[in-house]
Design a protein around this ligand. Sequence first.
Ligand SMILES: Cc1ncc(COP(=O)(O)O)c(C=O)c1O
Length: 426
Amino acid sequence: MIERIGLSMEKVKENGTMNNYEVETPKNITIKGILSLLMQSIEEKDGRSVISLGMGDPSAYSCFHTTPTAQQAVADALLSDKFNGYSPTVGLPQTRKAIADYLSRDLPYKLSSDDVFITSGCTQAIDVALTMLARPGANILLPRPCFPIYELCAAFRGLEVRHFDLLPEKGWEVDLDAIEVLADQNTVALVIINPGNPCGNVYSYQHLKEIAETAEKLKILVIADEVYGHLAFGNNPFVPMGVFGSIVPILTLGSLSKRWIVPGWRLGWFVTTDPSGMFRKPKVVERIKKYFDILGGPATFIQAAVPCILEQTDEAFFKRTINILKQASEICYDRTKEIPCITCPHKPQGSMAVMMKLNLSLLEDIYDDIDFCFKLAKEESVIILPGTAVGLKDWLRITFAADPASLEEALGRVKSFCQRHTKYIR
Ligand SMILES: Cc1ncc(COP(=O)(O)O)c(C=O)c1O
């Protein structure tokens, strides 16, 4: 596609009808890009089913299913014939209010509808956050490893990226000392993802408070990606970063995608969790609203279903999802323990993914994580994301949002693959 655009532009130039506006496409790896290459490398002759532990879309597995409450709410909104028109570009008022109320349940202050802007999934909320903050010379602090859309978006917006490490031996906590070294007067924000993708971390109240205090000291905002909000099944309960909004302004990003298992509905939010009101300054609000005029908002009938979805979803539905994820994460952790060249430094406590370290010195003819994943796809029809795609070379990111039988089968195949490639030591 990129080549095709390039070619047609060449033609236009030859004809001399347009100015040259060739621009570089950012070279960043995307998860979707690398997964589709891995899929292509699967051998057709292998009759076994392909098992993908590459993408965080639980709806692909029948054990994960959204609640009938959500389905009915969407059907009712559609059939009411009231939501066929445009919505305000920042979102329907009732949808903004419902999300403000939903998030306020876990905050020490109350959000208002004006704090909430409706986006097309959390992906678009990321784009809004970075676009609002980008300006010449600005930089943003991203975790390593990270969900790669942040880096891609920063590249498109001309925002310089500086990485701070997440510390595997400390439950993938943020290296706060590194943040102090990296930040300068041009740093606009730091990003945290909690519960974490790709690491499966769930941060404690104390650690989140320390992050807020560090950001306040450095005079930078915190972007809190809570797309996996509430999907916590370990020792730490999920604490929204907005709890610390009075220490430092927070931008909270989220969506229905994961907790309601409907990533295809494309309903997300960009929320200013900022009781001090920095984001309520008229100039800031005007800028955000203008940008939303470009975006247009997700489908109106999906927005209209949100109040019912948020207010009426049964606790039992959430508990069931958490139980399956916990069981799946344990299968993943236990099965990989049986594979000597793969180690998991921190048992996942939330989200749908975990990072595993590859010990390449135990393998022969595998050069790095990318080589591992391509050979695995080819030989075993199992898709796993190479750590390079999330910023950690020679690691693997495994998504455990799969049914237990598929997980067992996939990890069994990974084990045979590793046995076959184990270095023979005399
Ligand atoms: C950390 C993180 N942020 C944002 C997103 C995008 O969410 P959505 O599907 O709602 O656009 C994902 C999706 O996997 C994610 O893992």
